[in-house]
Design a protein around this ligand. Structure first.
Ligand SMILES: C[C@@](CO)(OP(=O)(O)O)[C@H](O)COP(=O)(O)OP(=O)(O)OC[C@H]1O[C@@H](n2ccc(N)nc2=O)[C@H](O)[C@@H]1O
Ligand SMILES: Nc1ncnc2c1ncn2[C@@H]1O[C@H](COP(=O)(O)OP(=O)(O)O)[C@@H](O)[C@H]1O
Length: 273
């Protein structure tokens, strides 16, 4: 049964550079992925079906409109391949800045591409990902990369595989569009050059102030992560509200995840891939 992990995405830094006429924003972002993720399974079937289960399934409001089924429909329109039985194990919080929906769509495309002998670097597959959302091309590749444009212009960069990471979501969903609308319009400059951890630490997430205005608890989460022993970087990811921290070792990450376990909060220790 073709199974793909929809790895959670982190924005180790996210610089908003300009507002565009098409309603999107010009970004520079350091994309990284962690081991933790949703799980998508795709099987050829006589009739199409889609089921969601897992800890955050209820937050998706049923099996109707979903980035997984949208990805499957776009794949079928382009490449054919017949009907599929698709399941989604929803382990990641929804609308949370770690690209859960984007990662699910990308995992669906990877599974279908594998089943139907479509190369992962097929430009038509990339075009489907691009049309599904700004983060879907990055999730399709699933590698550490510098993203430009609205996030779809990708250049691979050396990552930090195995580095310990903690993800914490304070249980509030925030709208990506609303957070972008709250950006103050000030271009604070590009991401630097050098080793990933150095340029990430020297960078910032320009969406953190507008996200904090929507969900003030984000400031508390970042401060709590930054105060943990062994922390190398603590920041909000994407448009929030999930925050992450990178740690010297797994033991420090596990201790931090335990220290940040509060009622209504989701926290996990994982690793960069
Ligand atoms: C902020 C980021 C950073 O990686 O991540 P998330 O918070 O979603 O995880 C992404 O840029 C989000 O990408 P994605 O979630 O795919 O967004 P899309 O569906 O393309 O766009 C949703 C809305 O966000 C705004 N948007 C998105 C991307 C961008 N570069 N500029 C924008 O202004 C637009 O208002 C758009 O209508
Ligand atoms: N499979 C999916 N998983 C998560 N969200 C989905 C999915 N399909 C559609 N969505 C919708 O996409 C929106 C963005 O979700 P998500 O990708 O989790 O957030 P973000 O892009 O902020 O990380 C949510 O509001 C949700 O309703």
């Amino acid at each position: 049964m073709p199974t793909e992990i929809a790895h959670a995405k982190l924005n180790l830094a996210l610089h908003v550079r300009a507002r565009r006429a098409d309603g999107y924003h010009e970004l520079e972002t350091l994309f990284a992925f962690v081991e933790a993720g949703d799980v998508v399974t795709v099987d050829p079937a006589a009739t199409a079906s889609f089921t969601i289960h897992g800890p955050f399934a209820a937050l998706l409001g049923g099996e109707g409109d979903n980035l997984v089924t949208r990805a499957a429909a776009a794949f079928a329109a382009q490449f054919g391949g017949g009907a599929h039985a698709i399941t989604l194990e929803k382990n990641l919080p929804v609308a949370s800045g770690i690209g859960g929906g984007s990662a699910d769509a990308a995992a669906t495309l990877r599974a279908l591409a594998g089943l139907h002998n479509v190369a992962l670097d097929d430009p038509a597959l990339f075009a489907i990902a691009d049309a599904l959302g700004s983060d879907v091309p990055a999730c399709l590749l699933g590698i550490t990369a510098l993203g430009r444009g609205r996030g779809e212009q990708l250049a691979a960069i050396p990552g930090l595989p195995g580095m310990a990471a903690v993800l914490v979501n304070p249980g509030v969903g925030v709208s990506t569009a609303q957070v972008f609308r709250g950006w103050d319009g000030v271009d604070r400059g590009p991401i630097g050059t050098g080793a990933l951890l150095d340029i990430a630490r020297a960078g910032r997430n320009d969406l953190e102030p507008p996200a904090r205005a929507v969900a003030p608890v984000i400031a508390e989460v970042v401060a709590a992560l930054a105060a943990q022993p062994g922390v190398a970087l603590a920041r909000m990811s994407g448009s929030g509200a999930t925050c992450f921290a990178l740690f010297e070792d797994d033991a420090a990450a596990q201790a931090a995840a335990a220290a940040l376990s509060r009622p209504g909060w989701w926290s996990i220790a994982t690793r960069l891939i």
